[in-house]
Structures are given as structure tokens and as C-alpha cells.
Design a protein around this ligand. Sequence first.
Ligand code: BG6
Length: 504
Amino acid sequence: RIPEPLALVVFGATGDLMRRKLMPALWRLKQEGMLPDDFAIVGNAREATDDADFRERMRGALAEFAKEPDAAEWEAFSHRLRFVGGSTDDPSTFVQLAKVLGEVDKECGTRGNRLFYLALPPSVVAQTAEGLGRAGLVCHPEDRCYTRIIVEKPFGRDLDSAKALNASLLKVFAEPQIFRIDHYLGKETLQNLLVFRFANTIWEPLWQRNYVDHVQITVSETVGVESRAGYYDRSGALRDMIQSHLLQILTLVAMEPPASYDADSIRNEKVKVLQAIPLLQGEDIDRYAVRGQYAASEESSASEKDGEKGASMPAYRDEKDVPEGSRTETFAALRLLVDNWRWAGVPFYLRTGKRLPAKQSEVVIRFRPAPHPVRDQVQDDTPAPNALVLHIQPDEGISLFFEAKVPGIRGPLRPVSMDFKYTSAFEGAESPEAYQRLLLDAMLGDATLFARRDEVEAAWTLITPILQAWEAGGEPDPYPANSWGPECATELLAREGRSWHEPT
Ligand code: BG6
């Protein structure tokens, strides 16, 4: 399906997200014939620049993060790019924007349809939405044109601010017009998780407390804070990753099959999962929520890709723009329960961190151990529990680990795996970038892969007591850069006789 004609208005259009992700995604959509012919991009940022400079920057962004565009093709497309400078706290910015959008409608045939993309910090989201409303830039559902708004994460800083943000947005937009983006939901493997679970009957009987011992969700990164300390130091791993990406993954793993596959049926089931998770409170926070912060390391294998081979890695506290003595966590791990019929008593362990040894996102479903020895128990014959590993990135795919006998008269048992890899199973097929899919869905008005108001608030309900406890005192445990996090993360599982799956 090709979207209707529209103008995409990006606030924060000279920022990193636009250069690295949005512009390359839009260009790919265009090249794949998935953008309407009558399309325009209007950029806004505080800095004063003009159409020509904005177009040149976007061409540069494509050259750096996608592919140098063909000159003739770019020439034909670039006149659809316009720029409106000005701050979102200045009403005249919106007056100017309205004027340019009127021109764009005439020149590019965009018919009054608008998709506003707020690549902005949460502190200015409400004022931007209000500015759009005041300038008459928001169509009503009964109008012939449509207006939608995409809001980037982080969506608030805690439950109260997320509620306030929702309330401000809802003064101007109706819920179906609001698209809260979480780019993890656009990843191919997460899409496939629903297909894997609900298009195959073999997993369903196993997907529950009688067979599953526990679930692990790991999102590890090799990078440090990079140049984002200004944002990251006020955020930390719990807000930056767990509140959004990891809890989203958890909902997809744990949700019940929806009655139908429309946006609301799926999101209803996801919200129910979040609502079934008991809050960590009081001593349980110390017991089941751990945090770490990376310390310096001499060795650097993880950052070889970054061209830093052999370089030592600095401690978080010594990174540029990190305040001295910062207590921000760069690693967080939680043990949560999903207290419903399917999952009662099955722990879900979540961990994420920066400066870990590998960039890897995976879900591990660890099954219960076999109830009886397979033959007279001898050393090497204790079967390892079965595991199903969903590799979200990189090397997207699924591995099933089970026990086999090593050939030989008295061969011991060894775990072996059956592997499905996207690259070999669907040779030549390329997974679209998450932003490509999500932008297209928002243009089409499909909100399935976007978080609904109650979903975001339910996630903050879980996270806020932990944030408050951590902000009230204590320090994150240090871990050497390029290691799998602090000792307390190992203990979180070891206490219960379990261990983290080592990503391969
Ligand atoms: C972002 C976080 O949402 O996700 C970043 O703000 C993090 O801190 C990034 O690096 C990870 O995304 P991906 O797609 O590279 O795993």
C-alpha cells in the first residue's frame, strides 16, 4: 500500500536522528516506490538556515549514512524539501510553518495531509503540540485531510511526567493521531516474534509456566555514552532502554494471542502483560533490581569495530560532559514476574548495558530441566535444559538448543542447536530498517507498532519506584568496560541457581 499524498514535518531536522536514521529511511522508501508521488519534507530547527542549506545537509546525510544519491534523482526530489527556522516556543515559527505548508500543498500536491515528527527532547514536546494546535495545523478526524504526530522516546522521565505529556498531547490530538515511537518494535525479528508464536502450533503448548523455567532478555551494546552525555546522564539505562525497548520485548514474549491483528487488539494484550507485573517495592528493589556503571578498562576488543583497537576505554565518569561523580547507571538488570495464569512463578530477567563485550539483543526461553536422568547418571550426563534463543540483532534468527549423545559406545551428552538464520533462509531478502517500516506505518495510519497511552503509562508505573529508590541513594556498582556487567547482575540469577546465557 502506498500512503496518501502528505507533507512530513520534522522538528529537530538538523539533529542526529534526522541525519542518521530518518532521511536514509525516507530515501530508501522513495527508492522502493513506497512514498506517494505527491510528497514533501519540511524541516524545522532553531538554527537559522535556508532551503538550499537544508537540502545540502540532507544530501550529505544520505552520502554518509545511506548511499550518495544519483545527481539527477536527487535534483528531482530535493525541491520537495523545505526548511522553516525558529524555536518551538515562538508562536511566529508556527505561523511561518503554516504559510510554508500552504505553499507545499500547492506546489507538491500534499492536500493538507500532515505527519509531524517530533525528534525533540520531552521538555519541548508539549509546547510544540500546543503551537501546532494554536496555528490551526491539526485537522479534526471528520476533516478530509489527516494530521498525525510521531513522538520520539523518551516519553517523559517518570510516571507523572509521562501522564502530563499525554494529557498535553491529548488536548490537541486524539489518541489515534498520536504515534509514540519505539524503534525496537520496527525490528524484523520482533515482528517475527508474533508470527513465530502465533502462526506455529508447536510452541503454544510449551509457552507457559509448566515448561518454561525462566526467560532472559538481553540488550547489550559495545558503545559507551558517545557524545550523548547531556541526554544520557539525566536518563540512565533504566529509563533509556528498559522502560521502552526491553519492556516492549517482554510484552511480545508474554502476551496472549490477540483476537485479531488490528492495532488495538494487539496493544490490549500487551498492556495486560505490563499490568500483570507486580511492582518492585521496598526491599525487593535492592533484591531484584541491580545497576552498574562502567569503569575504565585496559583492553579493547569490543571497540575494534570502532577503530579503537588496543585503545583503553575510559570510565563513564571520565567521558566528555559526564559530571564528576555521576551516579547514572550504564547497566541495569531486573527480575520481574508476570503474575497471570500463563506465567505465574516464571522469572523474567532483563539486562542491558553499555560497554559490554558484544552488541547483541536476544531473548532466551529456558525450559525446565528433564525430570529424570536419561541413563544411569554419570559425569557429563546431566542434561542441560533446553533453550530457545531469539536473536533480535545482529545475525537475526532463532536457535533451538537441545541435548544429543556424542557418537560412540558411551558417548556423553552435549547440547547441540538447530538454527534458523534470516540471511540464509531468505537469501537476497533485505530486512528494512526499523525507521523505514515505522515511518511507512505512521504514514499509512497503522499504529500497531507504536505504544498507546496506557502502555507507556503502565511501563512507567513499573519503572518509577525503582528510579525513585535509586535516585534517593546508593551508587551503581562499577564494572570494567568490555565485561558483562557488575557482579551483582551475576548474583541476581545465581541466587536462584541460574546463570545468564552467554551470547554467542
Ligand atoms: C536508543 C537508546 O533508544 O537505542 C540508545 O537511546 C541506544 O542509548 C539505542 O544506543 C540502541 O538501539 P539499537 O537499535 O542500536 O540497538
